[in-house]
Design a protein around this ligand. Structure first.
Ligand SMILES: NC(=O)c1ccc[n+]([C@@H]2O[C@H](COP(=O)([O-])OP(=O)(O)OC[C@H]3O[C@@H](n4cnc5c(N)ncnc54)[C@H](OP(=O)(O)O)[C@@H]3O)[C@@H](O)[C@H]2O)c1
Length: 307
């Protein structure tokens, strides 16, 4: 298949370029920084320059590049230390960005669209020990700043499922770890002895290695059902406390510096909602059954050891 990929230079984008090439697919990578052209062409893709938030520029850039599928993996969550606001680019990318990429899909003749969504759409709260599945309510608002991320996950899913003439598939990813993802980000913070670990009990969540996330995207593109969402997570949910201490041990950084919960909530309110308030254990049974996908790295310690 010919795939138009937005977000090709990101934590999931780079392994995804490699996974698509390995499966014999051709990629047209939408990049916005000319300095990153080699990053994608070295992995066999053709690069087109555009900002996904600039609809006209995007349509001009993809003109003359027919494709079968569009994949939306563009996010702007990298700077997790900042405060999340309604005008955050991550929100815009999932809302307006999805609309623009759907227009691009129509322009290039693509009939399938795979979008990045998040398991946190089940609600940033304590879901207890029960394994969440795709049958659970999605888009649950809890009255905190994190609802912005939930709303944006719903925004991208709704648009791709409702798009006329397009088979839309959504991937509800767990927390990414691996190269350039949360594990690297927190290792960098712990090296600087930045306070990262809320005092007391932290939330527990489902993670996924970026290489497994990339493999799931290829499987969903090839075999995903129209209008279907799939949870893409590993087998062993983990508390953020265990995640941070495991990352510190494997990356050889100082141990995570503990900080009062109120300070995290004040300084980085979104991270507070994620690290303190959210406990969710998520099942990937549907992806395994329908896409034939299982995580190679079944747990964070296993995936980090393999780096
Ligand atoms: N499930 C999760 O846990 C989850 C989900 C998303 C993000 N994150 C976290 O956020 C960090 C980044 O991961 P990621 O791969 O999602 O993001 P990333 O590595 O920052 O990559 C984002 C991608 O989107 C592109 N992009 C951003 N804005 C764009 C725009 N306006 N137009 C076109 N392309 C645009 C970026 O291009 P440039 O190279 O030009 O910036 C990049 O290719 C990691 O720490 C990750 O763990 C986690």
């Amino acid at each position: 298949m010919r795939v138009l990929l937005a977000g090709a230079t990101g934590a999931i984008g780079v392994p995804l370029l490699e996974a698509l090439a390995a499966s014999g697919h051709e990629v047209i990578a939408v990049i916005r920084d000319p300095a990153k052209r080699r990053l994608v062409t070295d992995r066999g893709a053709v690069a087109v320059l555009a900002d996904v938030l600039d609809r006209d520029g995007l349509l001009r850039a993809v003109d003359g590049h027919p494709a079968d599928v569009v994949m939306h993996q563009a996010t702007a969550l990298r700077d997790a230390s900042r405060k999340l606001r309604p005008d955050d680019p991550t929100i815009a990318l999932r809302d307006r960005g999805t609309a623009h990429l759907l227009d691009a899909a129509r322009a290039v003749g693509a009939r399938r669209f795979v979008t990045q969504s998040l398991i946190t759409g089940y609600g940033y709260r304590d879901h207890g020990d029960r394994l969440l599945t795709e049958d659970d309510e999605f888009g649950v608002r809890v009255g905190t700043v994190a609802d912005l991320v939930t709303d944006s996950s719903v925004a991208t899913e709704r648009q791709v499922f409702a798009a006329e003439g397009i088979e839309g598939v959504a991937l509800r990813y767990g927390m990414f770890y691996g190269e350039n993802a949360f594990s690297d980000m927190f290792a960098g913070l712990m090296r600087k002895r930045a306070p990262v670990l809320p005092r007391g009990r932290t939330g527990t969540t489902s993670f996924v290695h970026v290489d497994d996330a990339a493999a799931a995207a290829v499987a969903a593109m090839e075999r995903g059902g129209a209008g279907e969402a799939y949870n893409i997570v590993d087998d062993e949910p983990m508390s953020w406390r265990d995640f941070l201490t495991t990352v510190a041990r494997v990356h050889g950084t100082p141990r995570p510096v503990v900080t009062p919960r109120w300070l995290i909530r004040l300084a980085v309110p979104y991270l507070g909602c994620l690290l303190i308030d959210t406990t969710m254990r998520v099942s990937h049974a549907k992806a395994t059954r329908d896409l034939g996908w299982t995580p190679v790295h079944r747990s964070v310690p296993e995936g980090l050891k393999a780096r």
